[in-house]
Write a protein that binds this ligand. Structure first.
Ligand code: JHZ
Length: 416
């Protein structure tokens, strides 16, 4: 890597295979940081913007960003709290049940990387596991410790893995959900996880799935926190280079389509049929071919045009419109489509930290969720479309009174 804008560096070599042969996929321009909400008194100040450009490694196929922003800037004071989204609590409660049934966890060490406010540590601890969280975000790790879920306020790396081993021993399970995409030194992380796992230990992680991103034109999930956009082929290579092997994978609907990947020490477990099936699908879908990425880049532009057209048409018809869910992806969408306070009166959100702040780049006020009940607009732009079913279901009264949702991707449409 070499120096980029202050606080960032330019990617010169692939973080999995080390080659310097890249192809361009899509550029979304200069963007502010998606979780850097702005205090109202700073509304007039310029904020840092960094290039948001996706490239693809021609050797191992990893799709990745061309620029890495310093993780201290991105994650120490972090706006995203897992427990603010009810579907996330349910998702991880179900995962804890599943893991406890699959592996013997009682009294065994389970380490979670990027454990946020303890949303998964909690149900795992209730099942008798000895849990330890590693979480760089100050507020979230404090919240987890306050709930009695031991969490070290650290970035996970080989040094932290060594300390965990020295103080607690090896782990039966290491978990990393929605965190691998945030980590620049993937080889170091793979080695660190390998050194921490017991002989029969398993690393389980969830990441958004590249194929879903491409198929559903989920371009808004591209932001500076997400350094990598994974599919199986580069992941298999990453772990085999670290003496481990992916042995099972599942597709999940969470976050617009994710995969849950299971990794063990090399030669310990046999590969599942699902793993071979997914590799075959990636082959059929030509993920190694540049054409699918070219067509994605065209669809991104078409998606922006469709959303801007729909919004302009409804505003011309006199509708009041607001946003729902001040998500990180929402901030990519708002900035890329140049949607500001002239279009959205407010963005309603359940996260206390975000309320009272302004959206990065676009300066729309984030307000408590109840505002969308007490002062309902004609339409709510679903900036957290990944929870569309659950949100639409919960806001039945709003719809019964004539309220509509705008689902922004792949092509904007009204619900109902
Ligand atoms: P949500 C996060 O992205 C952050 P974001 C992170 N970078 C990551 O990797 C991905 O997830 C996978 C609110 N909300 O989950 C809560 C309501 O207001 O789509 C959140 O602020 N009402 C770690 O930020 C936001 O919406 C509701 O009913 O794009 C949703 O954010 C619900 C369900 C949520 O993730």
């Amino acid at each position: 890597m070499s120096m980029g804008l202050e606080g960032s560096s330019v990617v010169r070599t692939c973080r999995i295979c080390g080659t310097d042969r890249f192809e361009g996929v899509v550029s979304l321009g200069l963007m502010p940081l998606a979780n850097r909400f702005i205090r109202p008194e700073q509304a007039a100040e310029a904020e840092p913007r960094y290039p948001l450009e996706v490239i693809r490694c021609q050797e191992c196929e990893l799709v990745q960003l061309s620029v890495v922003v310093d993780p201290e800037i991105l994650f120490r004071d972090y706006a995203y709290a897992s427990s603010a989204s009810a579907p996330v609590i349910e998702h991880f409660a179900a995962l804890a049940t599943d893991l406890a049934a699959r592996f013997k966890l009682r009294d065994r060490l389970v380490v979670e990387i990027g454990s946020n406010d303890g949303v998964l540590l909690d149900p795992l601890a209730r099942r008798g596991a000895r849990v330890l969280g590693i979480e760089p975000a100050r507020g979230q790790s404090t919240a987890a410790n306050a709930r009695g879920l031991e969490t070290w306020n650290e970035f996970f790396d080989e040094g932290v893995a060594r300390r965990v081993r020295a103080e607690r021993g090896r782990a039966a399970l290491v978990i990393g959900n929605n965190v691998l995409a945030h980590m620049s030194d993937l080889s170091g992380v793979a080695r660190a996880v390998g050194s921490l796992l017991d002989d029969d230990g398993v690393f389980v992680f969830e990441v958004p799935y590249l194929l879903d991103l491409l198929d559903r034109v989920e371009y808004d999930t591209i932001y500076h926190e997400h350094l990598s956009y994974f599919h199986l082929a580069p992941l298999k290579r990453l772990f085999s280079d670290a003496g481990m092997a992916v042995f099972h994978v599942e597709r999940l609907s969470v976050h617009g389509g994710s995969i849950r990947v299971y990794v063990g020490h090399a030669g310990r477990r046999s590969a599942s049929p699902q793993l071979a099936a997914m590799s075959a699908t990636e082959g059929h879908r030509l993920l190694a071919d540049q054409r699918i990425y070219r067509s994605f880049a065209e669809s991104v532009v078409a998606s922006r045009v469709a959303l801007n057209d729909l919004l302009a048409d409804r505003i011309a018809a006199g509708w009041r419109i607001a946003g729902y869910g001040a998500s990180a992806k929402g901030n990519t969408l708002l900035n890329y489509c140049a949607i500001g306070p002239d279009v959205l009166e407010y963005v309603a959100d359940t996260t206390p930290y975000k309320q009272g702040l302004l959206t990065p780049g676009t300066r729309i006020p984030v307000v408590p969720e109840r505002r969308s009940v007490e002062d309902p607009p004609d339409a709510l732009l679903l900036l957290a479309w990944n929870y569309a079913d659950s949100i639409v279901e919960r806001k039945r009264d709003y719809i019964a009174r004539g309220g509509r949702f705008i689902h922004p991707i792949p092509l904007a449409r009204l619900i109902p």
